[in-house]
Design a protein around this ligand. Structure first.
Ligand SMILES: *Cc1c(COP(=O)(O)O)cnc(C)c1O
Length: 398
């Protein structure tokens, strides 16, 4: 062992990280090891839907940890049965397979679609996905993604993911062939910079896929669990998809994802799918604590209200500084900066004790806790306003 190594150096260097070590979180706030406090509008990448270390999750985890960590994935356990029941009751799906991450849920969705093709459609296996899509970092999930930076990586990719253009139904039609089994998309492309699929497009896709006997798969890893003001974003368009992937907010901060399918699409047979930690009672206990709060109508209404309020405040700041438009829904919002100052804003904000995210050089994304307060929004807006002033972003007169 090299004793000269900096503690940071023992971790694989997979992304640029600021030299800050976080040690504590509470609600909308994080503290680093020097005691500096940060207002968090990233929340673990839209993960901590109830904020940092919420009592409901801490208590659920503590109680479950004392009761049972895992009996084995080949046995039933109470929290996974209860959470599956809750998800099935509150969605259009009939069955659930729990995973440890979003990418693993996507991987499962891909396998389920291919299994469906093998059983019902002469081995059709192609899944039409979209330019700009992000589905995760397993090899198949990267192959399904439409992220330019992924293109040269880890060749050869998993085959069978032709790419269409979001909100362009003709581009999907043109790709449908004998080998097509499904279409998969994010209702709002999150990592690409918060680009929503329109309701008409989602409705058109549902009609088209039904016509051709294809499965419609929604990746709601970022949009699901109340993020957009509905429990699931597909509800907004009034469509019934066949398969859904969940992650991020489902565990409220612990590693938990889920693959959901309608009865007709849920076709795994023994031996097709599994995993050591899948459906862990500990993680499912956290998921239950999340769903108990987020699933309440009042809670979802507050997400919508706070989302509209935050969008209005961002528009006001944008007009003041001559920036672009606000996109998104609920508490998944992006602001077009119209110039490549995203990284500078993020760095300046960190300095000032505010955590912001720039998914693209000219875009900021806002994904606070779903129970963010008006005071926290006001604080963030005031700090953001000051940062834009400091960076010398031109103010419009009046
Ligand atoms: C984060 C994300 C994933 C990947 O989830 P992981 O838990 O990081 O594997 C997939 N799809 C979307 C839309 C995401 O936002």
């Amino acid at each position: 062992m090299n004793i000269a190594l900096h503690p940071f150096d023992a971790l694989m260097d997979i992304t640029p990280r600021p030299p800050v070590v976080f040690v504590r979180g509470e609600g909308g706030w994080l503290w680093d090891d020097t005691g500096k406090r940060y207002l968090d509008f990233i929340q673990g990448w839209a993960v901590n839907c109830l904020g940092h270390s919420p009592p409901a999750i801490a208590e659920a985890l503590t109680a479950q940890a004392k009761l049972l960590l895992t009996p084995s994935p080949a046995f039933y356990n109470a929290p996974s049965l209860e959470l599956a029941q809750a998800l099935v009751t509150s969605s259009c799906f009939d069955q659930v397979f729990f995973t440890n991450s979003g990418a693993e849920a996507i991987e499962g969705a891909i396998k389920l679609a291919r299994k469906y093709g093998a059983l019902h459609c002469n081995g059709a296996y192609e899944i039409i996905t979209f330019d700009g899509a992000f589905h995760g970092r397993t090899l198949a999930a990267m192959s399904a993604s439409g992220k330019k930076a992924f293109e040269p990586l880890f060749e050869p990719k998993v085959q069978g993911f032709p790419k269409a253009r979001l909100n362009d139904l003709d581009s999907v039609k043109q790709l449908i062939g004998n080998n097509t089994i499904a279409v998969m998309l994010e209702p709002i492309q999150g990592e690409a910079g918060v680009w929503p699929a329109t309701d008409e497009f989602l409705q058109g896709l549902r009609e088209l896929t039904t016509q051709h006997g294809l499965l419609l798969i929604v990746d709601e890893i970022q949009t699901g669990i109340g993020r957009t003001g509905k429990l699931f974003c597909y509800e907004q368009a009034g469509i019934v998809p066949d398969i859904m992937a969940l992650g991020k907010g489902l565990g409220g901060g612990v590693p938990l994802g889920a693959l959901l399918a309608t009865e007709a699409a849920s076709c795994f047979e023994h031996g097709d799918q599994g995993g050591t930690f899948n459906g862990s009672p500990l993680m499912c206990a956290a998921g239950l604590a999340v769903l108990n709060e987020v699933g309440q109508p009042d809670f979802l209404k507050s997400v919508t209200d706070n989302g509209l309020h935050l969008a209005g405040e961002l528009q006001r700041i944008s007009a003041r500084h001559g920036l672009g438009s606000v996109r998104g829904q609920g508490l998944l919002l992006a602001l077009d900066l119209k110039r490549p100052i995203g990284a500078a804003v993020v760095a300046c904000a960190l300095e000032e004790g505010l955590l912001l995210n720039a998914p693209r050089p000219d875009t900021l994304r806002f994904m606070p806790a779903l129970n963010v307060t008006r005071e926290e929004i006001a604080l963030m807006i005031a700090q953001f306003d000051a940062i834009l002033g400091k960076l010398g972003v031109a103010r419009c007169v009046g």
